[in-house]
Design a protein around this ligand. Structure first.
Ligand code: FAD
Length: 469
């Protein structure tokens, strides 16, 4: 295919997900000529699409099963509910997100080129589509190609009964049984979705602990809840192969010789940076074995004029990816200023959901920081009773001397929303006394902050008395 005349830009961004868009818009706002290259026919990013699908499915499962208001137990999902039913809202949400993304780029004057980008040399990229091959020259380049599910060759994916984490969202019909390989955030999200729908779920995780970076008490509460829904969790077990069975369904082989048979096997073993089509070698760059491009603190790669942001640079989530895109663009325009949040929060969309910000027990103990813990149980709140959430709780860590809030860890209804008050309290250096004195609506789950803060404050007073005695 002949190459058309090269187009020149100050900054070219590869990938139109949250990080790429943020980089492009920031550079355009700084007066640069900017292009975004996107291989899919739509802008918006591939992971975002998957994320919207999985979140929409989760919201639908909560509705269908009336899960948290357990009083409607008779309405547990029936077999005739299909994954299509659960996803009916997703297409409209994705369409809306794509339009909003395209509109934001258009209004910022960013040129969008559809096609797959690959490096020709450190300043040149080819953009290949079904019918065209264009060449682009760039003074600066931001790689924002995201990540795709890891697919080890020992797993025989067929897209029907052996699927990866994205394939799960395209499965037709609800299986009766399901094996989920991977006890990280995505594996547990899907395992808990399945268990809530009444699917017999077996979860396989090679390490001894699920969700290694989450507070142990929260993980125990989640496991207790999932066991109650019939989920079997096999920890310290390694899946060494999986394949479709001739007579239907899938088989997963464990290292110890056990075979797990189920209607569906989902492999959720992490994500690798999407670098396979980029021809990084032509730019003098290399990715690590998980496809991540090594970057410095300002997101510069080994080539000073090339930056990498979002999931292709770091294992991540959307909100920090946006910050990274913006910062990389500013660094590319020699305007380095950090805009990153001082205290990051993280949410895990299991059922029940988990969210946390700041330090946890293990980090505080390891750092030798004296602390007190306070817990607010949802069952002690009117809103918790109304929501039918009798197991959710909010755990708060405070510095024993300064009384400042150091960490907030939540499991239960609305955890993803609730965590942000705690995140702000930590970032602004608020104390347990500030939180205890703040009026929370009596019929809100936020009231759990006041309960937890009061308990932590009482413990601090008790500790002081004990020391003085
Ligand atoms: C199931 C799931 C649930 C999630 N839930 C959350 C959540 O609750 N909260 C949260 O913050 N985050 C969540 N995330 C993560 C979030 O979606 C990602 O972190 C975020 O989308 C990453 O953005 P990105 O810009 O790095 O990449 P992406 O959004 O993946 O965009 C990369 C883009 O680059 C394009 N591309 C790739 N290679 C090329 C090439 N060679 N040429 C041209 N274009 C190319 C792709 O087509 C894609 O559009 C979730 C992700 C998944 C999969």
């Amino acid at each position: 295919m002949p190459v058309s005349d090269a187009l020149a830009f100050d900054l070219v961004v590869v990938g139109s997900g949250p990080s790429g868009r943020a980089a492009a818009i920031q550079a355009a706002e700084l007066g640069r000529r900017v292009a975004v290259i996107e291989r899919s026919p739509h802008v918006g990013g591939f992971s975002l699409e998957t994320a919207v699908r999985s979140h929409t499915m989760r919201a639908a499962v909560l509705e269908v099963t009336a899960h948290l208001s357990g009083g409607y137990a008779g309405m547990r999902a029936e077999r005739e509910v299909t994954l299509d039913d659960l996803l009916w809202r997703a297409d409209a949400v994705i369409e809306h997100e794509r339009e909003a993304a395209a509109d934001a780029l258009r209004r910022s004057g960013v040129t969008v080129m559809h096609g797959t980008a690959s490096f020709v040399d450190p300043h040149k990229l080819d953009v290949r589509s079904a019918s065209t091959l264009r060449r682009v020259l760039a003074d600066k380049i931001v790689i924002a190609t995201g990540a795709t599910p890891r697919r080890p060759p020992v797993i025989q994916f067929d897209g029907e009964v052996v699927v990866d984490a994205e394939g799960f969202l395209g499965v037709r019909g609800l299986p009766e049984s399901m094996t989920v390989v991977g006890g990280g955030a995505t594996g547990l999200e899907y395992a808990s979705l399945g268990a809530a729908l009444g699917i017999r779920v077996t979860l396989v995780e090679s390490s001894a602990r699920l969700l290694a970076d989450v507070d142990e008490e929260l993980v125990s509460a989640l496991e207790y809840h999932l066991r109650g829904l019939g989920l079997v969790s096999l920890r310290g077990e390694e899946a060494i192969a999986a394949r479709p069975r001739r007579r239907g369904g899938a088989v997963v082989h464990l290292a110890g010789g056990v075979e797990l048979h189920s209607d569906l096997a989902v492999f959720a073993g992490g994500r690798d940076g999407a670098v396979d089509r980029l021809n990084l070698a032509a730019a003098g760059l290399r990715a690590d074995r998980t496809g991540r491009i090594p970057v410095r603190s300002d997101y510069r790669t080994a080539q000073k004029h090339i930056f990498a942001v979002g999931d292709v640079a770091r294992n991540g989530v959307a909100a920090p990816a946006v910050d990274q895109g913006r910062q990389a663009a500013r660094a590319a325009c020699w305007l380095w200023t950090t805009t990153a949040a001082r205290v990051a929060s993280r949410a895990i969309s299991t059922i029940p959901e988990i969210a946390f910000a700041g330090a946890g027990e293990r980090a505080l103990t390891r750092a030798g920081i004296p602390y007190a813990v306070g817990v607010g149980h949802f069952r002690d709140l009117v809103r918790g009773q109304i929501a039918g959430d009798r197991s959710g709780f909010l755990k708060l860590f405070a510095h024993a001397e300064t009384r400042q809030v150091l960490g907030v860890h939540i499991i239960g209804t609305g955890a993803t929303e609730l965590v942000h008050s705690g995140q702000l309290a930590i970032a602004r250096g608020l104390t347990v006394d500030d939180l205890a004195a703040a009026t929370h609506d009596g019929a809100s789950l936020s009231e759990a902050y006041r309960l937890a803060a009061c308990q932590a404050a009482t413990r601090l007073v008790d500790d002081e008395r004990a020391l003085a005695a």
